[in-house]
Design a protein around this ligand. Sequence first.
Ligand SMILES: Nc1ncnc2c1ncn2[C@@H]1O[C@H](COP(=O)(O)OP(=O)(O)OP(=O)(O)O)[C@@H](O)[C@H]1O
Length: 519
Amino acid sequence: MTKKLLPFALPVLLLLFWWGITETGSVPALLLPGPGAVAERFVSLLASGELFHHAATSMLRVFSGFLISASMALALALLVSRSERLFDFLSLTLEALRVVPPLSLVPLLILWLGIDEAPKLAIVVLASFFPIYLSALTALSKARNDYRDLARIFGLSEKDAARHILIPGASPGIITGLRLGFGYAWRALVGSELIAAASGLGYLIEDASALARTDVVMVGILTIAVLGIICDKLFRIAAEQAAPWTASRKGTTSLEALPPEAPKGVRTVDAAREPSAALPGIEIRNLTVGYPGLAKPPVSNLTVSIPGGKVTAVLGRSGCGKTTLIRAISRLIEKEKGDIRFTGGKSTPRLSMVFQEPLLLPWKTVRENVALSLLPECGERALNDPRVSEALSLVGLSNRAESFPGELSGGQQQRVGFARALASDPEVLLMDEPFGALDALTREELQDESIEVFSRRRMTVLMITHDVREAVRMADSAVILESDRAPEIFAIDLPRPRRLSSPGVARLEEEILSILMRR
Ligand SMILES: Nc1ncnc2c1ncn2[C@@H]1O[C@H](COP(=O)(O)OP(=O)(O)OP(=O)(O)O)[C@@H](O)[C@H]1O
């Protein structure tokens, strides 16, 4: 309650101060009429219809100019966010236009467009264009960068990526820009009405000031403030509607709301793949991958074979190129030289990835996030595909299918990322330190769950990890990478389940660790 009333405290204090100094007669009424006199003037202007006429005229101008400006700014931001060349081409011109105050253009605009509505609209358009354009461009570019890998790995079309990722991801930023732009539009319009107008709130203020009617000036100013606050409030409500995932829905998942499990008898992906079917291995020959501006490529002349149907851990010191390797295999970055070939018959097997960060879309429910990987194959039917429920059940999250990612713990979010990767039934699964950011207990829990999943589903797994213990628990072999040397391959041939306390596990862990330390 106190929090709700707090914003009103300062205006009330100011009102009391205003009333106080005008009541004592220390300030002449011509300079500052009292609140009572201003209220009286407000009522009389309202009753005569004069205030409504001016306010409606100003609102119409602001809205028309704002709509024109918003359409142009959003369309341009969408185009520029897709093309770096267009950005470079426009940047200097737009920057120059941005720093010129719109009101300084009034003389030219009057000269070119006359003194009717056109120059006033032009001022509103110019004033509100840049906040909208810049906020939209930043939000669209951020959403594109943040989720680029996700869209590429799951093979989303430009249209699907825009619809499911780009626009919803950027919408809070876009709406903030619209809000800012609307504020700028108001300010510029009232300024332009002070100069060349026969109606509108700016005109009302200018006209009253010439006649020394300070009470009318104050009515005009207060009306602008109130209308501005109302419009801003409406934008805030629109922003909340556009980003409902930001509002917590904790506790809304009831048992009744649980999604149906995959119907019994459905041909599941576990059963779909013949145990004898060859799973693709990965043959890497003389691979070199670098980055522009980096003197030495992190992956240089690397040759290694990753066996099909096995779990292979990639270990190595920080910065030795583990992530670069996995990104090159998944074609998220281009190789400079060498060859990456999938063995086992298919040149492009179904490939999926679990990212270091879960990379979930916060505006989509858990089920929708998992279904994303099936979008290219199933379109809108992806949401009801039994593979989605099955993947959720594999990671133990069937009861959270309708939750939003923001309502889940870090471990649960990582499970959703795992389910999303599993739903498309990958033949090759790449995992980039999937449990790195989790606490020790959750990490162990997820390691166990993953081992269980890999034993039920056959796939080729390549997993980056920093944790030697994790590699020994989960993998069939470990590749130890180092920038300047040939990789060392280590078979982890221990019976499962592998208890950390068992001497074999501890011995192997120590052996690998000593190799890593030596390097
Ligand atoms: N986008 C990039 N642009 C330029 N250099 C990069 C880029 N990404 C990585 N690098 C550099 O490439 C090298 C290898 O990075 P990479 O992320 O592959 O290492 P890593 O072994 O996965 O490290 P870590 O274990 O710390 O995650 C590092 O020196 C890094 O600074």
